[in-house]
Structure formats: structure tokens, C-alpha cells
Design a protein around this ligand. Structure first.
Ligand code: UD1
Ligand code: CA
Length: 466
């Protein structure tokens, strides 16, 4: 998108001061998440592509939570609207941030997350090309109830009439105000101050700007949406779910178009930033989240959740695994029922089997931990075999200690490696050992009670009982 050609001075204002009563939530409506992102982050994200020179979010309820949410976004200014006297009054709160500036204001709603970047781009470029004072994004709906209606004279927009204020004739109009606008900043705040609140809701209506600008003889224009679903707002949990499934479908459609097989798109959730290579198969109930990248030719089975992780090519992840902030390299096999906690790395062609947990651990190339193991703070070389039931005892209740297992070593089943400890190259640890000292390369370590057999013991014990 050639954003640079738009305007060097594009200012985004996002309205988010409404209470969101119908969410019945202690969390502000715009912080509820759809497809992994807060509603307001979807909105800001779609405007970000236009490279705005400022972003102001108007807040009014649970303001502290919004401040916390944006704590690491110094580019986003919050303006508090208190009390909330309507959308026109809400925009006025941005004036201190925009006074003395010029350019275009793009006005968005924090609870309308489906708006596409290409739509806002089209709105702003149309607005600039017409040198309009205001350009309204409109849509034509089968059921326009509740929305402001676009009233036209000789084809041009002359006013927006809110549903509650509309006459029967006006209510028959199917073209509605999406609540998204582009404004020329120069006449904006002067005109806003002329808006009154003598209407059905006793509020300062932002859409009344259309009438004010027309009264001043300034040009007002419209751009109409081809897909009216883009302006679906979220007012309830039901609508949150509706919007989430649309976002999910959009991402799944993109992935399928790029060569990913999704067995059941209705249950596969892939967040916006995730990348998946061609010929990878995603089975039902797979969740790919955050900054995850999956290579090509992989098979990700049902119930797998991968967060902020990298998966190479031709990796098979069997059912019910959780992978977080980790890397699985090409050709590896993981699961079922494995957990990779942060900073784990399963190198090329390595195997992690059922009920195996890795934390801050590298499992080297071709190495295997196939069953029932906890491997924490461990560096494991190539072609190592980690037997069933192996535990790295990395924690003494106060501090964590490392375990090193060098290339080619063999750790017998049910062994404890009490860290800090090192098992040398090609060494063997006998099954059932509690290893407390380093094992030199090429040696066998046995650290378990010696077996004693007592012949005839059972019969003797039985006689005593009788
Ligand atoms: C608004 C428009 C209507 C349009 C519809 C599209 C007005 C008066 N009407 O109606 O023409 O068809 O959006 O969805 O603008 N907000 C504040 N402060 C306030 C009031 C609202 O920040 O004092 C915020 C809300 O949080 C919300 C947005 O403004 O994000 C829209 O407000 P809302 O009350 O939902 O307006 P609608 O009645 O839907
Ligand atoms: Ca609304």
C-alpha cells in the first residue's frame, strides 16, 4: 500500500469512551480479545498501515486498564472524556493533541475491529482527492435499524439522521453511517463547537457535522463499503464471538489460498501475525498464536497449541501438545502430550514423545526423549537417548542448575540427573541411577542400590504368617 502518498499529516482518533454495558464485564469493552488481539488493537492495527503522525484514543471508563494496556505504546495518546456527552463531544477531547496541526483526521471506533486497512486507505485517499471537509464511510444494509441514516439531496449527502430522531421516511433509507469518517482538520473543531444536543438522546452527535459543514458551504462526500460486515461493532459477548469467527475465517482463507490444508476451518484458530508454509496440514482444534512461524510440509494434529514459537519444515506434532516460546527444527517429531516450555529447542530430526516436558532445554540433532521425562535447564547433544522416566533435578528449592549431556550418551530409564551435572560423550547411565557426579566420556555410571536375592524367602514368610 503506497501509504506515503496519502498525506504527511494523518491523525487517527479512536472513540472508546462508551461504557459497553451489555458486555457485563469488569474489563473495558475495547480490551476484550477477538482472534487473539484486543478489539482496539485490531482498529489501531488497520490504521497503522497509513503511517499516521499521531494516534489519540478517547477513553472514559476503566481508564486505568487502558493506560496499562497502552503503557508500552508512547505513540498512542489517551484523552479522557468525562462525562460522556456523545460522539461529537468525544472528538472534542482530542483537540488539545491536535491544536495547531493541519492535515486529515481519520475517526474510528474502538469496537469495530473488522475494518480493513484497504478500506481506510480508500476512504482517506478519496477524501483527499475531493478536498472534502468531511467524508463519511457508508454501507447499505438490509436491516438498517439503529444506525444513523444517510440523507441525500440531488445525490449528495446533506445530513445524517440518527435512528431515534428519524421520521418514517428517513427510517426507510437503507444507506447508513458506519461511524468512520475522514475530516479536514482545519475547520473541524470550530464546526464541532456548533453542534447542539437538542435531539432524542440529548447528546452531541458527531454526525451533525455533516449539516454544519453543508451550512458553511464546505464539501462533504461519502465512500461506500462493498462488504458491510466490515463495520460490525461489538456490543455483547455474542457479537464478540461473531466478530471473532469472521476474523478467524479471514485468516484461514488466506492460509488455504497460500497452500495450507486446514481440515476443519471452523475449529482452527490462527492469529493474525502467524505464518504457515505451504503443504502444512492443520488438523481440527489447532491453535497457532502470537508470533508463531510454521514451515512447510508439517503435520499439526488436533489439540495442539503453539505460542510465539518457530517450527521448521516437515515437523510432525502429534495430538495435545503445548509449545511456548520454543523452536522445533525440521524433521522433528513431537508428542502426543508433550509440553515445550519457554526457551526450548528440539533440533533437527529429534524426537520428543508422550508425557515429556522440556524447559529451557536443547535436545540436539537426532536425539530422543520418547517417554515420560522432565528435562529442564539441560543442554543435550546429538544422538542422545534419554530413557523413559528420566528427570533432570534442576532445582534445589532455591536456585536452578544446569545439566549437560554430551553427544551419543545413553541415559537409562528412570534415572535422575541431579544438577549441576555433566554426562560425557558416549557415556552410559545405568537405568534407575541417581547421578550426582559428572560421568566421564565413554564410561558407565551405575548409581543405585545393589540387588540382593533371598532364595526361599516367600515360603518362609508364608509359614510365619500361618
Ligand atoms: C453511532 C452514530 C451512528 C452510526 C453508528 C455506527 C452518533 C451519534 N451516531 O451511533 O450514526 O450509524 O455509530 O455504529 O455518532 N463514544 C464515546 N463517547 C461518547 C459516546 C460514544 O467515546 O460520549 C464512542 C463509543 O464508545 C463507540 C462510538 O463512540 O466506540 C460510537 O458510539 P455509540 O454509542 O455506539 O454510537 P451509536 O449509537 O452506535
Ligand atoms: Ca455503536
Amino acid at each position: 500500500m503506497p501509504a506515503a502518498t496519502l498525506s504527511p499529516d494523518l491523525h487517527i482518533v479512536v472513540l472508546a469512551a462508551g461504557k459497553g454495558t451489555r458486555m457485563k464485564s469488569a474489563v473495558p469493552k475495547v480490551l476484550h480479545r477477538a482472534a487473539g488481539l484486543a478489539l482496539i488493537d485490531h482498529v489501531v492495527g488497520s490504521a497503522q498501515g497509513l503511517k499516521p503522525s499521531s494516534i489519540v484514543v478517547i477513553v472514559g471508563h476503566q481508564t486505568e486498564q487502558l493506560r496499562t494496556h497502552f503503557a508500552r505504546r508512547p505513540d498512542i495518546h489517551l484523552a479522557v472524556q468525562e462525562p460522556q456527552l456523545g460522539t461529537g463531544h468525544a472528538l472534542l477531547q482530542a483537540e488539545p493533541f491536535l491544536a495547531g496541526k493541519t492535515g486529515t483526521v481519520l475517526l474510528l471506533s474502538g469496537d469495530v475491529p473488522l475494518l480493513r486497512a484497504s478500506t481506510v486507505y480508500a476512504l482517506v485517499s478519496h477524501h483527499l482527492s475531493r478536498r472534502a471537509a468531511a467524508t463519511v464511510l457508508t454501507a447499505t444494509l438490509d436491516r438498517p435499524d439503529g444506525y444513523g441514516r444517510i440523507v441525500r439531496e440531488h445525490g449528495s449527502i446533506s445530513a445524517i439522521v440518527e435512528h431515534k430522531d428519524a421520521s418514517a421516511d428517513e427510517r426507510a433509507i437503507a444507506e447508513i453511517n458506519s461511524g468512520v469518517y475522514a475530516f479536514d482538520l482545519a475547520p473541524l473543531f470550530g464546526a464541532l463547537r456548533q453542534i447542539g444536543s437538542l435531539n432524542a438522546q440529548g447528546e452531541y452527535y458527531l454526525p451533525d457535522l455533516v449539516r454544519v459543514f453543508r451550512g458553511q458551504g464546505l464539501p462533504v462526500d461519502t465512500v461506500s463499503l462493498s462488504d458491510p460486515r466490515e463495520i460490525l461493532g461489538v456490543n455483547s459477548r455474542k457479537e464478540l464471538a461473531d466478530v471473532s469467527s469472521i476474523l478467524r475465517d479471514r485468516k484461514n482463507d488466506e492460509l488455504m489460498a497460500s497452500g495450507v490444508t486446514i481440515v476443519d476451518p471452523a475449529t482452527t484458530w490462527v492469529e493474525a501475525d502467524v505464518v504457515v508454509g505451504a503443504d502444512t496440514v492443520l488438523h481440527p482444534g489447532v491453535y497457532l498464536e502470537g508470533q508463531t512461524r510454521v514451515g512447510s510440509g508439517c503435520e499439526i494434529h488436533s489439540g495442539v497449541r503453539i505460542i510465539d514459537s518457530t517450527v521448521g519444515d516437515r515437523v510432525v506434532i502429534n495430538n495435545f501438545c503445548v509449545v511456548r516460546q520454543s523452536a522445533i527444527e525440521s524433521g522433528a517429531l513431537v508428542g502426543p502430550f508433550a509440553q515445550l516450555r519457554p526457551a526450548s529447542r528440539v533440533a533437527e530430526n529429534a524426537h520428543v514423545g508422550n508425557f515429556v516436558e522440556l524447559k529451557n532445554t536443547t535436545l540436539g540433532r537426532g536425539s530422543k526423549a520418547n517417554h515420560l521425562a522432565y528435562l529442564g535447564d539441560a543442554t543435550i547433544g546429538e544422538n542422545v537417548n534419554v530413557g523413559a522416566g528420566t528427570i533432570t533435578c534442576n532445582y534445589d528449592g532455591v536456585a536452578k542448575y544446569p545439566t549437560v549431556i554430551e553427544d551419543g550418551a545413553f541415559i537409562g530409564s528412570d534415572s535422575q540427573l541431579i544438577a549441576p551435572v555433566r554426562v560425557g560423550r558416549n557415556a552410559y547411565v545405568a537405568a534407575g541411577s541417581s547421578i550426582t557426579e559428572d560421568v566421564p566420556p565413554d564410561s558407565l555410571a551405575i548409581a543405585r542400590g545393589k540387588q540382593v536375592n533371598k532364595p526361599g524367602w516367600v515360603a518362609r514368610a508364608k509359614r510365619k504368617r500361618d
